[in-house]
Design a protein around this ligand. Sequence first.
Ligand SMILES: Cc1cc2nc3c(=O)[nH]c(=O)nc-3n(C[C@H](O)[C@H](O)[C@H](O)COP(=O)(O)OP(=O)(O)OC[C@H]3O[C@@H](n4cnc5c(N)ncnc54)[C@H](O)[C@@H]3O)c2cc1C
Length: 301
Amino acid sequence: MSAWVVLTRPEGAAAAVRAAAAGGAVTVLAVGPRELADAVASAGADEVLWLEPQPGFAIESCAPQVADLVAADSPQLVVGGVEPQVRALLGAVAARLGAAVLSEVSTVRADGMSFVLERAGLGGAVVQGVRTVGPVVALLAADEDEPVDGTAVGVRAAEAGATAPVRVVRTQAAATADGLGTALTVVSVGRGLRSRDDLAMVEQLAAALDAQIGCSMPVADDLGWVPKDHYVGRSGQQIGPRLYLALGISGAPQHLEGIRRAKVVVAVNSDPAAPIFRRADYGVVGDLYEVVPALLDALGH
Ligand SMILES: Cc1cc2nc3c(=O)[nH]c(=O)nc-3n(C[C@H](O)[C@H](O)[C@H](O)COP(=O)(O)OP(=O)(O)OC[C@H]3O[C@@H](n4cnc5c(N)ncnc54)[C@H](O)[C@@H]3O)c2cc1C
């Protein structure tokens, strides 16, 4: 039995290899520059294969080649992370293998001839256990950071093969909401806020800290209290401020993906079990309606 991991960035490589190990000997297929393959050589895989897109071509142009390489080994399990490009490549792999595709996967376990996977359902409100027989493509819920400290294996370059004609014709910096993407400090608010009017105190705190306003997806998408281009996370802005202050945000994996690059995360949440505290460097278990005014007071506002 064999398993493959397809990746386009080093983050989460060790966790992906660990998940794939349920399927047997693991081959990592690193699609990108040589440095990527070298960076993941110690992630614990049995073999690392390196595939470099042709200069000027998008990573997705490698989809036919990736599908050929993986299918030639007929693995029962193929694992990928959250990168949209990886998901596109794995779509081609799944089609070639005739494999089931499961998203939001957190764990994979072999059970005889089948795999048992756990994955988040209903936006993270439930955990589903899924049993599958036959080849399966598991898309992990998050690129979990784990130390890459295995023994480095050799990197083998993949043979050139079929590619799709996806050429990059233009690249320019994306416009992000009011400089949210480059802000040094972001004050971000979640569903812990009870009404739109209460946003005023959050805006006051942001002004006092010379910060930009961010929010969780529902605050922008469902409630419409903050413009949509201000929400942070997998499907929103991915930001790297020096300070990220999360007010009344639970810390769903999709939200945390947006603050992977944040240096210091401070969370204020009334629930001591809120997942945001696992990511936070400093946490205040408390009511934001008490903490924000106290902060404003301390800042002389
Ligand atoms: C495919 C997909 C993509 C998604 N992409 C994103 C994304 O990009 N970004 C994103 O944010 N979400 C995204 N989500 C949604 C995500 O799963 C969560 O539902 C969302 O992040 C929760 O927002 P929240 O933390 O504001 O709300 P909740 O989860 O409801 O949390 C509110 C928090 O406020 C706390 N609280 C309540 N009252 C107070 C108070 N008075 N003082 C202090 N704390 C208080 C509560 O304890 C709770 O922890 C996505 C979901 C899916 C399925």
